[in-house]
Ligand binder design. Structure first.
Ligand code: AMP
Ligand code: ZN
Length: 136
């Protein structure tokens, strides 16, 4: 399952070079070329799925297990102080490469507010309306 124009499929096929941290039959972890912090990496399945909506459940479980192992390993090697797992789906959510991937972002004290968002201030009625929209 390879998509001709997909940059990550090309990386997986060896047509574009990458800095590979880990690889097995089904998954690959590479360094991000535009890192938010030192060691910023990406986990991707070798099969092409556009996003988390498309990713089969078994693969989702594999990715989480792999993320946990790699996060522990990278924390040990890089001596980082914290870690973000980030996963974008769709243009509105900031996804720029439409081949499912999860960001592994080591965090260091005072490395900047790279993932900061502005907290909203909904009242209780608004929260209750949203809850009903989701649960009913
Ligand atoms: P997203 O915005 O979640 O789709 O993330 C895509 C990520 O892929 C960005 O952080 C890019 O820096 C990264 N990226 C794009 N092209 C490459 C490449 N050839 N090798 C490694 N990372 C890449
Ligand atoms: Zn792809």
């Amino acid at each position: 399952m390879k998509q001709e124009q997909c940059i990550f499929c090309k990386i997986i096929a060896g047509e574009i070079p990458s800095h590979t941290l880990y690889e097995d039959e089904n998954y690959k972890i590479i360094l991000d070329v535009g890192p938010a912090t030192k060691g910023h990496a990406l986990i991707m399945p070798k099969s092409h799925y556009a996003d988390f909506y498309e990713l089969p459940e078994e693969a989702a479980a594999d990715v989480i297990k792999l993320a946990k192992k790699m996060m522990i390993h990278m924390t040990d090697k890089l001596k980082c102080d914290g870690f973000n797992l980030v996963q974008n789906n769709g243009e509105a959510a900031g996804q720029t490469v439409n081949h499912f991937h999860m960001h592994l972002i080591p965090r260091y004290k005072n490395d900047g507010e790279i993932l900061k968002y502005i907290a909203g201030e909904p009242d209780r009625e608004e929260l209750e309306r949203i809850k009903r929209t989701i649960t009913e």
